[in-house]
Design a protein around this ligand. Structure first.
Ligand SMILES: NC(=O)c1ccc[n+]([C@@H]2O[C@H](COP(=O)([O-])OP(=O)(O)OC[C@H]3O[C@@H](n4cnc5c(N)ncnc54)[C@H](OP(=O)(O)O)[C@@H]3O)[C@@H](O)[C@H]2O)c1
Length: 236
């Protein structure tokens, strides 16, 4: 059912994004993968191409309207509708109370996790049609509160408000919108968030990717609006 579809995944050069790209490739999806680190992107591309799907790797900084425009000029050049958009690019920040959080850190997190989500989604709407799906990788931090993570919590709460609005707006267009809300997943983001976090309790990125593919495989007249997937032992 996903075979031959075209999927764009932001932040797909590592972590959850790369795991979703891999899982979609296993289902036969052709891929556009993006991220800023071009070396990591090239490595991911080489790996994914071995799965016998078409892969286009294009660097993009989701904070930059020009960079997002450039990426979508390339997408339009393919002359095919985009079937799946996975807004996955995101960053965390070190644990700091609001009183201690530097404004540049606040700005960078909001710019990446929230403004980037808007820019990528708005650009994608022009190349998506009925039957398409948008998956926004938020976090359980979109609903729960983690003290010391004000910018991250705010960006993800804002992302959920944006996602819920988008879903209602796109219902008449037949485009499904899914809020992906994983709990702790063993990726590089924890090097920033909490370097000493107990990794063995975390989910693998592959587990999160499986939940996404399962939702995408549902019939087109059905949707999972919110995927909350987390370690069965609870939050860390
Ligand atoms: N790991 C968890 O426990 C967890 C739980 C819930 C939700 N999430 C969410 O999952 C998403 C992926 O994170 P991850 O855990 O897989 O961490 P990760 O391994 O650090 O991956 C983050 C990805 O985002 C990309 N990225 C960061 N800033 C970007 C920018 N300005 N423009 C374009 N791409 C950018 C990174 O590539 P470049 O640096 O090369 O640009 C990388 O590919 C994030 O939105 C995160 O909030 C993670």
């Amino acid at each position: 059912m996903l075979s031959g579809r075209l999927a764009l995944i932001s932040g797909a050069n590592r972590g959850i994004g790369l795991a979703i790209a891999r899982a979609l490739a296993h289902e036969g999806c052709n891929l556009i993968i993006s991220g800023r680190d071009e070396r990591a992107l090239a490595k991911a591309c080489a790996e994914l191409e071995k799965l016998n799907v078409r892969v286009l790797a294009h660097s993009c900084d989701v904070r930059s309207p020009d960079s997002v425009d450039y990426l979508f000029a390339v997408v339009r050049g393919l002359r095919k509708p985009l079937d799946i958009l996975v807004n996955n690019a995101g960053i965390g920040h070190p644990n700091r109370t609001v009183g201690e959080l530097p404004y540049p850190t606040w700005m960078e997190v909001i710019d990446t996790n929230l403004n980037g989500l808007f820019l990528m989604t708005q650009a994608a709407l022009a190349v998506m049609k009925r039957g398409g799906t948008i998956v926004n990788n938020l976090s359980i931090a979109a609903e729960r509160i983690f003290p010391g993570s004000a910018a991250y919590n705010a960006s993800k709460h804002g992302g959920l408000g944006f996602t819920n609005t988008l879903r209602e707006e796109l219902r008449p267009n037949g485009i499904r919108v899914i809020a992906l809300m994983p709990g702790a997943t063993d990726t590089a983001i924890w090097d920033t968030l909490w370097p000493k976090a107990p990794r063995r309790k975390m989910m693998s990125p592959e587990t999160v990717a499986r939940a996404v593919v399962d939702a995408l495989l549902l019939p087109e007249n059905t949707t999972v609006e919110k995927i909350v997937v987390m370690p069965s032992s609870g939050t860390l």
